[in-house]
Design a protein. Structure first.
Length: 310
């Protein structure tokens, strides 16, 4: 499998980790899920992220999930593996293992202890040294990591760390950050790296308009993200927004803190992608009122999509 580069674009779906009702990893559902994402038009897959419940897996389980996914795509789709860890040694160990399996690259989020610009820059310089030639994605998700990475710091990392080939942009609000990063690369002050965006696709049309290359997130209808990115690629922004509008109420609901992953897994199970919406403990659960909300949103979404297709 070719390595991840600055030219990456499209939709890299953040995959959930399917569990059986007893909490064991559901390998059959992993296979079905990978096939579903590929059939939906995903450009690549990202596994062992935060919404993949990576912190709830043992090291052995993380390796097993990575191998299952990588083997399933059999070189057809690039796979990015989250390797964030409190220390560089376990990060390097997992990164080396998944790259040997055939991963295209890895993703690294900053630890919550980083506070200053120099600390953040120093950390990613150390990450690059530890990972060697492995290309990595800088995950910028301050709502979860509590680490705010300024544009000037990202630019500095991009200039000095050639193995940083992608930004997973998940700041909120963050549209101005995309514009600023593209401005520096357009002026030739930095490399132009890939920018794929998160936040459940909640701002995807606007992000594409600011210069993003696609999405790296896990909304339960990946075909929406694929459709939006493809419409922008052919210059049809209105079509992108029309499609996005049909899915927006559900995307908004899925972005709730606390029950967002429960919502995502409920819909994926309902769609037959995974066998169970089980999360490993500690995990959230939907109330009967939440389920009623979701079912109403799904029904309304179907009607809106029918209107667009008419």
């Amino acid at each position: 499998m070719p390595l991840l580069t600055e030219d990456a674009k499209g939709v890299y779906v953040i995959a959930v980790t399917p569990f059986k009702d007893d909490g064991a990893i559901d390998t059959d559902s992993i296979d079905r899920m990978v096939d579903f994402y590929e059939g939906a038009g995903a450009t690549g897959l990202t596994i062992l992220g935060q919404l993949g419940e990576a912190p709830k897996l043992t090291a052995e389980e993380s390796r097993a999930v990575a191998r299952r996914v990588i083997d399933r795509v059999a070189g057809r789709l690039p796979v990015v593996v989250g390797v964030s860890a409190p220390g560089l040694a376990p990060m390097r160990e997992l990164a080396d293992q998944v790259m040997e399996m055939g991963a295209a690259g890895v993703m690294v989020a900053p630890p919550w202890t980083l506070r200053t610009d120099d600390q953040i820059y120093g950390y990613y310089s150390s990450v690059a040294e530890a990972l060697g030639q492995t290309p990595f994605v800088l995950q910028d998700y301050p709502l979860t990591t509590n680490v705010s990475i300024a544009v000037k710091v990202i630019d500095r990392i991009v200039r000095d760390v050639p193995t940083c080939v992608m930004l997973k942009h998940e700041d909120w609000p963050g549209l101005a950050k995309i514009s600023a990063l593209r401005a520096t690369s357009d002026k030739g002050e930095t490399r132009r790296i890939s920018i794929l965006c998160g936040n459940g696709g909640l701002f995807l049309p606007e992000e594409m308009g600011r210069g993003a290359d696609g999405a790296m997130t896990g909304f339960c209808y990946p075909e929406m993200m694929v459709g939006v990115v493809e419409a922008y690629a052919r210059g049809d922004a209105e079509r992108a927004h029309d499609l996005f509008d049909a899915y927006l109420p559900l995307a908004r609901y899925e972005q709730q803190q606390g029950i967002g992953l429960a919502c995502r897994k409920y819909v994926l199970a309902k769609r037959g992608v995974i066998a169970s919406d089980k999360q490993r403990r500690p995990g959230s659960a939907l109330s009967k009122f939440d389920v009623a909300d979701i079912e109403r949103l799904l029904a309304r979404q179907s009607r809106r999509l029918a209107e667009i297709a008419a």
